[in-house]
Design a protein around this ligand. Structure first.
Ligand code: APR
Length: 310
């Protein structure tokens, strides 16, 4: 069986870390693409990752390049190209700069890898997904945004810390846009199957919810020169694995909604079944009136930002 081909666009912090993770997971051959201005940097990173292969024992080929030739015919393409935020900036401040970058990248990808499944990582996430969908003209099941996996992983780590239990025991569900209005759902967040609403006080849960919403900003504040990349790359890698191994894994992802959850015409994070065809099913949760209202508020914020796209 021929190896799968995965392209990562953007060889910066998120992209390069993701390339390393994909190689170590042996999910396929990996091509990392960046802009010509970065000269041979992508080739350098690819060679460095290749030289760690004998130690980890993976056999995929890693290529770093500034043209799309080597990436042609990719099965999955992850777009991490763009500028990251600096302290004091919101993800929304990146809107028009990153929209231009994501649309030019998508144009190249649509030409060279017309059957690929796209995973968008560039921020502001939900708006960048819309740019990719419109530019690629791919069907909506092949354009996914990475946000919910990351936000849920952050929430999971805070829950595990609060209860002093294994990270493996903790599941969490964060829906909505990838911004201040994201919607952590404690009723659907569990420790060994027990909802955290039975394990933690209301105050503690509300503190965890808020830390989850501020999770990206907390890292930006600490790093000062850029934004998170270890957890974002791990989250994107989990989505790639679900697709390439056709796992039918249910993960919160940003997808284009057309009436599901009462939302229409924007990308919003909802629980999705990921498999070989990309998005295979949107899972409907039975939300309370308050949870639904929060999701609607988040969807409106995403809509407003989408409307500001030039
Ligand atoms: N085509 C390809 N690569 C591009 C393009 C383009 N048109 N424009 C910029 N890039 C590359 C940059 O050259 C850089 O190497 O994207 C890379 C971005 O890397 P970093 O600056 O290190 O940013 P990173 O931390 O990886 O974040 C990338 O992911 O999480 C989001 O908000 C974050 O939007 C940001 C993106």
């Amino acid at each position: 069986m021929a190896r799968k081909k995965i392209t990562v666009v953007g060889a910066g912090f998120v992209g390069a870390t993701l390339a390393q993770r994909l190689a170590e997971m042996e999910l396929g051959d990996v091509v990392v693409v960046d802009i010509p201005a970065t000269e041979q940097m992508p080739a350098g990173k690819a060679l460095d990752i290749t030289e760690s292969a004998p130690i980890y024992g993976y056999d995929c080929k890693i290529t770093g390049t500034t043209s799309y030739e080597a990436s042609a015919g990719s099965d999955v393409v992850i777009i991490t190209a763009g500028i990251p935020r600096k302290p004091g900036m919101s993800r929304d401040d990146l809107l028009n700069t990153n929209a231009k970058i994501v649309s030019s990248v998508t144009e190249n990808i649509a030409k060279t890898s017309p059957n690929a499944i796209l995973i968008i990582v560039s921020n502001p996430l939900d708006a960048m997904c819309l740019v990719a969908l419109r530019t690629s003209k791919f069907p909506k099941h092949r354009v996914l945004g990475m946000a919910g996996v990351l936000d849920s992983a952050r929430m999971r780590s805070f829950i595990a810390e609060a209860l002093e239990v294994s990270m493996e025991n903790v599941h969490a569900m964060v829906l909505g846009g990838h911004g201040d209005t994201m919607v952590p759902l404690p009723r659907f967040s569990t420790v060994a199957g027990i909802p955290i609403t039975e394990l933690l006080s209301k105050e503690k849960i509300s503190a965890i919810n808020q830390r989850t919403r501020d999770g990206g900003a907390e890292i930006v504040k600490l790093l000062k020169t850029g934004s998170a990349y270890y957890a974002p790359s791990a989250s994107a890698a989990e989505m790639v694995e679900a697709i390439l191994k056709d796992k039918k894994k249910i993960l919160p992802c940003a997808v284009y909604l057309e009436g599901e959850y009462g939302v229409d015409g924007v990308f919003v994070g909802v629980p999705c079944k990921l498999g070989a065809r990309g998005l295979e099913q949107i899972v409907q949760l039975n939300l309370t009136v308050d949870e639904r209202a929060e999701l609607m508020k988040s969807a409106s914020a995403v809509k407003e930002l989408a409307a500001a796209l030039k």
